[in-house]
Ligand binder design. Structure first.
Ligand code: SF4
Length: 141
């Protein structure tokens, strides 16, 4: 049975606070949090709010829908400009999206910033799950 938001409205899987990538994802760990708490951890300055960022990344590392969240972030509607999405910074997600757009021909020029090392090559056998495992290991180090 779906739970309710703190204001009594039903949770639909759609995040209202919008600083992360869990769109329409039932089981998203960030949706289990009080929205105000989720906002505090996820809608942050990724570089400066280190403690909150690590807390959000730890939540993402245990999230059962992290692979789908990453796919949403990479291929869904434009992500937010700040905060944590699938354990990554919004900035990093936008950079990855630029590279994907370039590699699929939607962008003519290669992005100036380097290609994220974690981003699977279009022709690679590597899966999103493997990418997330590597990201989790990076967080724990
Ligand atoms: S991976 Fe993180 S941002 Fe994405 S749905 Fe899970 S907890 Fe939310």
């Amino acid at each position: 049975m779906p739970s309710a938001n703190h204001d009594g409205s039903p949770r639909t899987g759609e995040l209202e606070l919008g600083a992360y990538g869990a769109r329409n994802l039932d089981g998203a760990a960030c949706l289990e949090l009080n929205p105000l708490v989720a906002h505090k951890f996820f809608d942050i300055n990724f570089q400066r709010d280190v403690v909150r960022r690590k807390a959000a990344q730890n939540i993402c590392a245990r999230c059962v829908v992290a692979p789908e969240c990453l796919q949403n972030a990479l291929h869904g509607p434009a992500p937010p400009t700040r905060g944590v999405i699938a354990g990554l910074s919004a900035h990093e997600v936008r950079r990855a999206r630029s590279w994907l757009a370039f590699e699929t021909g939607a962008l003519e020029k290669a992005p100036r910033r380097p290609r994220p090392q974690w981003l699977p090559r279009p022709d690679a056998a590597e899966t999103t799950e493997q990418t997330l495992v590597e990201l989790d290991e990076g967080i724990e180090r």
